[in-house]
Ligand binder design. Structure first.
Ligand code: NOJ
Ligand code: CA
Length: 716
């Protein structure tokens, strides 16, 4: 009896403690509210509300440590709370707007784990567009080195939401998105895992971030992370009975997830929320949670529009490799000078010059050439360490001649470093490879990580690899080199700090249209998911959808209309944009190609006009330093009429709008090249109703005009 009373008393006391430490923090406009509390056993927890509605129900926070009896899970007490607010406006080096507001209210809860006397801080930042929080481990006596076996950060959903997800994987993000209820993930998992050259899935309910969800009440919720530095990438594991996600970190070869040292911190865990899908696209929370720019002089970082010897190899029309003579290649021993050239090598001096001429004629900044350096004869699949040296051209690629020719035409060459995922080899060569670039006038590099990682057993998204990608970016900055990394970990806003990371692929790009095709609505999802962390080198601009025309043995089809391809230059924000198709395909459609030539690359302002993930996105952007605007609309499977107002234009000013749209009978599969172009006069009072086909869209360029220039043109 006595015992029972005692128990009741202690429970009361414990629940009293829990209530006592609960604390709310609201966003500057009051619409987003976070509540922190300590549960009865001293487990930290949080919940999140948007306009009074629950977004995240009580969710536990903590970490499991290796060989540590107590972990950092429970038995905490709050020893201090620091509340503050912050406001700044910063100017990105490139971006969707010229100024970004970073404004939040912060709560830092200093916790002490009673049995171990170890301290951990959980720092929450509440923005108008959502919540970011991270764990911090201050310098202390009882916590120095520790290994994180698992992070136990929960995101408890309020229901069986609709999600736009790709399967959790330690090595690739190159998947088509699945739209399903959370409860359907398990059943759809197997079918969602399509082939990739390196892939490691881990669970039937594991998905990747950035994850977008829509609730039945019409809330849009994005889960991701910001400032992924010296930590492994986070996936989400769903408990589909309770609809609770928990963080699932990428392990290294030994199964360990993160090697941590105090003082230290985790990346931010982010929840962007709104009842208007457009706000998710407009959110800059991910960048705001990253450190300010770390490069003093950024004048060498410039947006770039480029063409390349690339689609030829992707479609299988040409080859990266130079000869069919060898079953294997040993750099330094294999004799390329006396090898028989195959007749498919794409990176020949003559072919590259053709692209340089094309770039110069049409005003492109750069030409990318892949397959220029020796080693492509066996570049993946053999767990080979020394694949490339990044410096020795094939005999039919005259580096100096090409360099001088490009220079004489005012075109920059873009370097290509395929590492074949032999990461130590890349690090061994990195200084000389970057120096080689500078010696030959290359200021930008596209890097790639195809195949399984070497050191063997490592994963593309483990801490060691995350540190490698970061090392490459920082080293490139020393050489004033811009980086476009394919197959690297998906971005988390790190480009705020290192804006020489001008793009990543790190998702399913246009190349998959030539590897069997992507879903026609893929590009209506990417801006809500992959692009939340940073720009994507999506490589748009395909005008010939029938890939068998390039390579009769490839029956892939680009699931998009031509007008949709034009719109991507506006809807898929990137300071690096490729016109990926062959010059001869652009020459067949010079009037449509004009849009790709004209479209801006760097923006003063972006206005998100219409958005619904999986269905459509319409964005207007004002070019930095001019009065020109560009609009892009991409549409999913269902044909739709988009309705927009031009009220973003300067009142009183007349503009000529050139509208590139799907023709009446256009369809991504049946008739993708059917488009119309019309010129009309618009003002800030104009409205547009524009039909977009299945897998279609439209693009508009809007240029200020004098009255006399508008003569004979219809007003919209
Ligand atoms: C995969 C990249 O995404 C693609 O753009 C590149 O051409 C190949 N790897 C070869 O490096
Ligand atoms: Ca790729």
């Amino acid at each position: 009896m006595k015992m029972k009373n005692l128990l009741v008393a202690s429970c009361l006391w414990l629940s009293f403690t829990a209530v006592a430490v609960a604390q709310k923090v609201a966003s500057p406009n009051g619409e987003v509210q976070m509540q922190f509390e300590l549960l009865e056993d001293g487990t930290p927890a949080y919940s999140l509300f948007y306009k009074g509605q629950p977004v995240i129900e009580t969710s536990k926070l903590g970490l499991i440590l290796k060989n540590d009896e107590h972990n950092l899970i429970n038995s905490f007490e709050v020893i201090e709370r620091e509340e503050s607010d912050f406001e700044e406006t910063w100017e990105p080096v490139w971006g969707e707007e010229s100024e970004i507001l970073n404004k939040y209210n912060e709560l830092a809860v200093v916790l002490n784990q009673k049995p171990t006397d170890r301290q951990m801080i959980i720092r929450f930042r509440v923005f108008n567009d959502g919540l970011g929080f991270r764990y911090e481990f201050p310098q202390q006596q009882n916590l120095g080195h520790f290994i994180i076996e698992e992070e136990r950060t929960q995101f408890a959903m309020t229901g069986d939401h609709t999600a736009f997800w790709i399967p959790g994987d330690y090595d690739t993000q190159e998947y088509d998105y699945i739209e399903s209820r959370l409860s359907e993930i398990r059943g759809k998992m197997e079918g969602s895992i399509t082939d990739n050259l390196s892939q490691t899935s881990f669970s039937d309910t594991g998905v990747q971030t950035s994850l977008l969800m829509k609730t039945d009440e019409g809330l849009y919720i994005n889960l991701h992370e910001a400032a992924l530095v010296d930590y492994s990438a986070m996936h989400l594991e769903l408990d589909d009975e309770n609809m609770v996600f928990e963080s699932w970190l990428t392990p290294d070869v030994t199964g360990n997830k993160v090697y941590m040292i105090a003082p230290g911190k985790t990346p931010w865990r982010t929840i962007i929320v709104s009842d208007d899908a457009r706000d998710i696209l407009a959110s800059r929370m991910t960048y705001n949670l990253n450190e300010p720019v770390a490069i003093d002089d950024t004048s060498w970082i410039k947006p770039m529009k480029y063409v390349g010897v690339w689609w030829e190899m992707i479609t299988g029309k040409s080859s990266w490799h130079y000869t069919n003579d060898f079953a294997a290649v040993k750099l330094g021993e294999t004799d390329f000078e006396n090898a028989t050239p195959n007749d498919t090598h794409g990176a020949t001096t003559e072919n590259v010059k053709r692209y340089i001429d094309f770039a110069a004629k049409h005003g492109f900044d750069g030409v990318l050439v892949e397959g220029w350096n020796i080693g492509w004869e066996d570049w993946f699949g053999n767990s080979k360490d020394y694949v490339f040296d990044f410096m020795t051209p094939y005999p039919d690629f005259d580096l100096k001649e090409i360099r001088d020719y490009a220079k004489s035409k005012g075109v920059e060459m873009v370097m290509h470093h395929e590492t074949s995922s032999s990461v130590r080899n890349y690090e061994r060569h990195m200084d000389s490879a970057y120096q080689f670039m500078k010696d030959h006038g290359y200021n930008a590099v596209k890097s790639g990580y195809v195949g399984d990682i070497l050191p063997r057993g490592e994963n593309h998204y483990s801490q060691w690899l995350v540190n490698h990608y970061q090392y490459a970016i920082e080293k490139a900055a020393d050489y004033e080199i811009m980086v476009n990394a394919h197959e690297a970990v998906r971005p988390t806003g790190v480009a705020r700090t290192w804006p020489n990371l001008i793009a990543n692929e790190s998702a399913r790009g246009t190349e998959y249209q030539a590897f069997g095709g992507s879903k026609p609505n893929h590009v209506t999802v990417l801006p809500f998911t992959r692009l939340i962390g940073g720009p994507m080198d999506y490589t748009p601009g395909i005008f010939e959808m029938d890939i068998s025309k390039a390579n009769p043995e490839n029956d892939s089809w680009v699931n998009s209309t031509l007008a949709n391809q034009l719109a991507l230059y506006v809807t898929m924000y990137s300071p690096l944009q490729m016109a990926a198709d062959f010059p001869e395909n652009y020459e067949r459609f010079p009037d449509a190609f004009q849009f790709i030539k004209d479209v801006g690359m760097d923006w003063e302002e972006s206005v998100y006009l219409e958005a619904e993930p999986g269905d459509y996105i319409t964005i207007a952007r004002k070019e930095k330093g001019t009065e020109k605007w560009f609009v892009g609309n991409v549409n999913g499977e269902t044909p739709r009429t988009s309705k927009i107002s031009f009220d973003f234009l300067e009142p009183g000013q007349k503009y000529i709008a050139t509208i590139y749209s799907d023709a009446k009978d256009a369809h991504y599969k049946k008739n993708p090249q059917a488009y119309n172009i019309r010129k009309v006069v618009v003002t800030s009072k104009s409205d547009l109703k524009q039909w977009s086909a299945s897998g279609g869209g439209y693009a508009i360029s809007i240029v200020p005009a004098e009255k006399k220039e508008t003569k004979g043109l219809k007003k919209l």
